[in-house]
Design a protein around this ligand. Sequence first.
Ligand code: 4NP
Length: 153
Amino acid sequence: MPAVLFVCLGNICRSPMCEAVFAHTVREHGLEDHFTTIDSAGTSAYHIGSTPDERSVETCLANGVPVRHTARQVTKADFANFDYIFCMDRSNLSDLNRMRPKSAKAVVRLFGELDPKGETIIEDPYYGGLDGFQHNFEQSKRCSLAFLKELGL
Ligand code: 4NP
């Protein structure tokens, strides 16, 4: 049973949204028993202890998805504790690959690689408007469904 971690820079906008959307998609399909842990973290320490950005919460709620998370930073232990670490952009990917221990169990991938629409990067929405958050939401929904399909669930 896999454990899945979503990672962005601040762990307040994209990764808590992806965590919430993926967990909600798993519940919608009655697949809760197929995952041990679904969590999120940030590569930076900027927002440790913060609740998700209001715009992420608002967007998720407007789409029927509850969000509940406290920001934390990625640790080396995450590479042993998680099977999949999905990140948002190439900067997250290079930061993760740099800190990845040799013995890591986790597969580190861009979540957007799963997007059937081919939008590989889940762009940082922090300095933009609400439309960016809605765009991220739709990407995360498509990728969540594609990941379940990839796992054969
Ligand atoms: P996130 O968005 O990586 O999706 O959580 C950001 C949040 C905060 C900052 C940048 C991106 N920041 O620079 O504080």
